[in-house]
Design a protein around this ligand. Structure first.
Ligand code: 5GP
Ligand code: ZN
Length: 117
């Protein structure tokens, strides 16, 4: 399958690994929008959050387990996790991924959507 993030998991495309276990892989985002910005992805290819089913949802818990471990590992006390699903939401890579952002005081409200129109 021609998937950028599957290639990163396989090591065919280099990345800066933050965390890995049997279920998930986490690596630094190439274009960080916060002082700490990594992507947490399941090793199994799921194209987006709209493809989560009773059969594959367990791995999403693993993603959040990984986030808690990464927070401890990196000494992070406060973080935000974002998943973009679909084009309007800004999903550019069609392998489900969770942005973990930290290291800055973040705003919250309509403006945090970063609307483009
Ligand atoms: P999305 O916009 O789909 O929610 O997020 C995709 C993210 O993947 C973006 O933040 C982008 O910077 C990151 N990204 C795209 N290509 C690469 C890459 O080759 N390596 C890494 N580490 N991150 C990437
Ligand atoms: Zn993939």
């Amino acid at each position: 399958m021609d998937c950028l993030f599957c290639k990163i998991i396989d090591g065919d495309i280099p990345s800066t690994k933050v965390y890995e276990d049997d279920f998930v892989f986490a690596f630094k985002d190439i274009a960080p929008i916060a002082p700490f910005h990594c992507l947490i992805i399941p090793k199994v290819h799921i194209s987006g959050a709209d493809q989560i089913t009773a059969e594959n949802s367990e791995v999403i818990g693993k993603v959040f387990e990984a986030a808690a471990k990464i927070a401890k590992q990196e000494g992070i006390e406060s973080f935000r996790i974002i998943n973009n699903c679909g084009d309007d939401a800004g999903q550019t890579v069609k392998h489900i991924h969770f942005h973990m952002l930290a290291g800055v005081k973040m705003g919250w409200g309509p403006e945090s959507l970063g609307k483009t129109e």
